[in-house]
Design a protein around this ligand. Structure first.
Ligand code: FAD
Ligand code: SF4
Length: 470
């Protein structure tokens, strides 16, 4: 039993978990953070002020009971903390690793004002990893199984969030995914240095033991039809993500040596995981001068994967300034440490080269008036064009939805940018225009975050339970 210290937040500073040495990080694909020791995590979680009105909870998209589980950790009660984490979050060990905490929970922590926010994300990761190692399992003893079953299309965070809540309420979920492992972009997108793949394998075992069935390597529309799912199940949830790559719309994007971000990242994952079907699919940047275009999480992952593959140099060009980058600041800092060169306020206007890429023509920008989303628009400065030499260019401009050909046949409406219409505010949350079909995650809100996809999947499960009157 520890003594309570009201001034722990002053006596003990914020301390993130230790990182591996830069040397190791530059060639190793494993996660870069070491786990907290028991002492470290107790000291850090004890820094929480237990504010009466915890802003961190509100800023967390799944509204985790953060101060409550921090207190349990400070007291050494990990199993109870893991139970509490799972009341609101389907994948706490994943969110602890990949949420942009500086913009979410930790950004809202009262101590973020000069003292250093409580390390909420790293503690969430510690709780789940430690509880799993101690044999923690979700308590399903009170679940009474009904005769209802729901097909879930997509084993990404949205589909998994939905399946989790359905199973805990006695409705059998059967999850279909075209890929050979669960996780969606958690497995086939986000690199191992942020999220080791064993995390999802372990999760699959836990979900399976909870009564969730997975049918992997099964694409809806090819291996099984939507009509079949509609006939066999009481409802269908779609969490299929967004997979159309955004283009820059400038000359040279089709030159050999230019690649979209996701095929590059997926080819690297497939090689590391042994899922590679044809060695010709692997996109190597070893020994090459790489230019990455974009400033979000995907761009950061391309930068850092290129470093680990042994690129001769990695330059990231972004059209706004550092302040206005959309991704997590922690990952930008990690990329800089690992040797990525950043060129801010540079807008690409062409990819140049004779038969293969030789460089990227960029123009310097200054920030002008705010656009409709309140972000200041980059405006080119005439005469500032320059060419960045490059052997490989990786384009990370984001994703648009990829509506399935069978949506129309099943009266599933999409909006003008291709997103599935499934509003939260209606009688049955996240129901589409087809009453039996629900949807959530990136395919509804556009590319966003793991934690928001989990939230929508969980909320949609509530909508489905109401619809099924369970
Ligand atoms: P997805 O994760 O895309 O999952 C959709 C699943 O549906 C896939 O497994 C797909 O195979 C399956 N599917 C689609 N169509 C079919 C079909 N017809 N039949 C069967 N299966 C189908 N977010 C963060 O919070 N932090 C990060 O650090 C972060 N980094 C990212 C890095 C990269 C490179 C990318 C691309 C995204 C990143 N994101 C990050 C965003 C985050 O990964 C997504 O917002 C989130 O995964 C969306 O979840 P989802 O369930 O909606 O879709
Ligand atoms: Fe923070 Fe994400 Fe965990 Fe919420 S889920 S507490 S935002 S790390």
């Amino acid at each position: 039993e520890r003594l309570h210290n009201d001034f722990q937040f002053i006596d003990v500073g914020r301390q993130d978990p230790d990182k591996k040495s830069i040397d190791v990080r530059r060639r190793d694909f494993g996660e870069i953070y070491e786990p907290y020791t028991e002492d470290q995590v107790k000291n850090q979680s004890h820094r929480c002020l237990e504010c009466g009105n915890p802003y961190c909870e509100w800023k967390c998209p799944v509204h985790n009971y953060i101060p409550n589980w921090l207190k349990l950790v400070a007291e050494g009660n990990i199993m109870e903390a893991a139970d509490l984490c799972h009341q609101t979050n389907t994948l706490p060990e994943v969110c602890g690793r990949v949420c942009p905490q500086d913009r979410l929970c930790e950004g809202a922590c009262t101590l973020n004002d000069g003292f250093g926010a409580v390390t909420i994300g790293s503690t969430e990761k510690y709780i789940t990893d430690t509880a799993f190692a101690l044999g923690w399992k979700p308590d399903m003893s009170k679940v009474v199984w009904t005769d209802k079953k729901v097909a879930v299309i997509g084993a990404g965070p949205a589909g998994l969030g939905c399946a989790d809540v359905l199973a805990r309420n006695g409705v059998r979920p059967v999850v279909f995914d075209r890929y050979p492992e669960i996780g969606g972009l958690l497995t086939f997108g986000i690199p191992e240095f942020k999220l080791e793949k064993s995390v999802m394998t372990r999760r699959r075992e836990i979900f399976t033991a909870m009564g969730i069935e997975f049918r992997l390597n099964t694409e809806v529309g090819t291996d099984i039809t939507m009509a079949q799912l509609m006939a066999d199940y009481d409802a269908v949830f779609m969490g299929m993500g967004t997979y159309t790559y955004m283009k820059g719309g400038f000359p040279g994007e089709d030159l050999p040596g230019v690649f979209d971000a996701l095929p590059f990242l997926v080819s690297s994952v497939n090689r590391n995981l042994g899922f590679e079907k044809d060695p010709g699919d692997f996109i190597s940047v070893a020994g090459q001068r790489v230019v990455v275009l974009g400033g979000g999480d995907t761009a950061m992952d391309c930068n850092r994967t290129s470093i680990r593959q042994g690129a001769a140099s990695v330059t990231c060009a972004y059209r706004r300034d550092e302040e206005n980058m959309p991704g997590s600041r922690r990952e930008v800092a990690n990329a800089k440490e690992e040797g990525v060169q950043f060129l801010f306020n540079r807008q690409p206007i062409a990819i140049v080269g004779d038969n293969r890429v030789e460089g990227v023509k960029v123009v310097t920008t200054q920030l002008g008036d705010a656009d409709e989303n309140g972000r200041r628009r980059p405006e080119p400065i005439p005469g500032s064009e320059e060419i960045l030499p490059a052997d490989r260019v990786l384009i990370a401009f984001g994703f648009r939805p990829s509506p399935a050909s069978w949506f129309g046949q099943h009266e599933i409406r999409i909006n003008d940018w291709g997103g599935v219409e499934a509003p939260e505010q209606q009688q049955y949350k996240f129901q589409t225009s087809n009453p039996k079909v629900f949807a959530g995650g990136d395919m509804v809100r556009g590319s966003d975050l793991v934690v928001t996809a989990i939230w929508e999947g969980r909320e949609a499960a509530d909508g489905i339970l109401d619809y099924l009157d369970v």
